[in-house]
Design a protein around this ligand. Structure first.
Ligand code: GLC
Length: 478
């Protein structure tokens, strides 16, 4: 069965400058493999994950990969001493391999901080578009474990492996971000032609043997990631312009400009990868069909509830990569994003970029700590819940559901420290309410239900002893 999306997806958050690459696909095709179905259900209960973009670009503290892409886009802008000569710039960029030495790398510290924040899964950049491998691939020497990289001598040099095992220790589901395009590979940006865009520097139809070699390389690398790195739950495939021409959606601007067919034979890759990792979730972003097991709006939240699995990926700062002095969203903001996403039936994948030395900005830790405190109290309204397609957001309230329970989450402004004395919630028609509680508070609430609404009285005493800040969740059992 194919669910045609009737919803016109308008986005309620501003789209970040470096985020034009992706938005949601038009169709969703539910998986038929029972193991994939099962994993997907598990993933949907988890709600909150961590994304990390890390690579040699963090040496300079610049945008991930895009500064070597010869497109005239804001997010591809080059800065610094080599900026006026593209080829010198790329040379200096690729030379970062020779200095990348993140001696503070301690993935268990990240895993523990993320766990305490209430995150349940992780997605890590094993390789971004620039082609630098954060894992010990056999198929390239542009990798952290190559002797050219000073970190190669470190016992934790196989970074992706270390990240995955630390998070697995803390019971996270494990996701490998992998870029389908590779701007270092001579079979993608073939040096015979200078690159002119994010696409291959040659027409794959005209040079089929080159393209075949590229397909084999991708197949081989995904083979490594799915066999040598322990159990992997999600293969998060970025770079949606690498796709069969027939899948291009011409109503989407960036897809319209894809010049070539770039079919890398996803069915073959998926058969192999799922043999290695039964039930593996495929996230072939924006390529709607059977290899996009969930949909991934970027830096945005869909306007409405969506009736299929989806995830918003968003940055905690403004950038996916570590950029010095980035501004981090407040815990209040992240909690409001998370509650809105969950109320619309999605997951939130929150990105933090590690620095060149291999740690996060202290602000990232403090935000996660506050978010974790909130989830300790309000987690019952979030995990294992489903979005709400009937009640609809009401003022500051968003809603989530479990069997015979509605959670009404009141999202407080940054400095709002009291609930209104009288609260009224509509659209609960047909639900005969048995009890109303405020999560984290022991005092009894006064409430009454009439034909159309539920009214809750909030005493001054309760307002002086609220269990948390940021948002308050009412558990309404019926
Ligand atoms: C945007 C960026 C890309 C990043 C991705 C994460 O598409 O251009 O670099 O990996 O977002 O969702």
């Amino acid at each position: 069965m194919k669910l045609k999306l009737l919803t016109i997806i308008a986005f309620s958050l501003t789209i970040h400058a470096n985020a034009q690459q992706h938005n949601t696909s038009k169709d969703y095709t539910p998986p038929t493999d029972p193991l994939v179905q099962k994993k997907l259900v598990q993933w949907q209960t988890e709600k909150f994950g961590l994304l990390m973009h890390w690579g040699t670009y963090s040496e300079w503290g610049v945008v991930e990969s895009w500064s070597i892409c010869p497109e005239d886009e804001g997010w591809c802008e080059r800065k610094g001493p080599y900026k006026d000569n593209y080829f010198e710039y790329v040379k200096a960029y690729e030379n970062l391999q020779k200095t990348f030495n993140p001696t503070e790398f301690n993935p268990q510290k990240w895993a523990d901080a993320a766990k305490n924040a209430g995150m349940k899964y992780v997605v890590f950049t094993t390789k971004h578009h620039d082609g630098f491998n954060m894992f010990d691939t056999k198929y390239s020497d542009y990798k952290v474990t190559d002797p050219k990289d000073p970190f190669s001598a470190n016992p934790k040099a196989n970074i992706a492996k270390e990240v995955f095992s630390a998070f697995r220790n803390d019971n996270f589901m494990i996701g490998a971000y992998y870029s389908k395009p590779d701007w270092h590979s001579n079979d993608y940006w073939w040096r015979y032609f200078p690159p002119s865009s994010r696409n291959p520097s040659y027409n794959p139809k005209k040079y089929p043997e080159k393209w075949e070699a590229y397909k084999q390389f991708v197949y081989n690398q995904i083979g490594e990631l799915t066999s040598d790195y322990g159990s992997i739950d999600i293969l998060w495939l970025d770079g949606g312009w690498v796709r069969p021409k027939s899948t291009i959606d011409t109503s989407v601007d960036w897809q319209k400009s894809i010049p070539y067919d770039q079919d890398i034979d996803m069915p073959k890759i998926a058969t192999m990868a799922r043999k290695n990792q039964p039930g593996l979730l495929f996230v072939d972003r924006t390529v709607s069909g059977e290899y996009e097991n969930y949909v991934t709006p970027e830096q945005s939240i869909p306007a409405h509830y969506l009736p299929y699995p989806w995830e918003s990926c968003m940055t905690l700062g403004n950038s996916w990569s570590y950029v010095p002095n980035d501004t981090y969203k407040s815990a209040n903001k992240v909690i409001h994003i998370l509650t809105e996403v969950v109320s619309k039936n999605g997951n939130l994948l929150l990105n933090i970029g590690p620095s060149r030395k291999g740690d996060w900005d202290p602000n990232a830790y403090s935000r996660l700590k506050e978010i974790g405190k909130w989830l300790d109290i309000n987690g019952n309204a979030i995990y294992n819940s489903v979005g709400d397609s009937t009640i609809g957001a009401q003022g500051k309230f968003v809603f989530t559901n479990k069997a015979n329970t509605v959670f009404a989450i009141y999202r407080a402004d940054e400095n709002e420290n009291k609930l209104p004395n009288e609260i009224s919630i509509q659209n609960l028609t047909g639900k005969k309410i048995k009890s109303v509680k405020l999560l984290g508070a022991s005092s009894k609430l006064k409430w009454k239900q009439d034909a159309n609404s539920l009214q809750i009285a909030i005493s001054d005493k309760l307002n002086q002893n609220l269990p948390c800040k940021e948002a308050w969740s009412f558990e309404i059992d019926y």
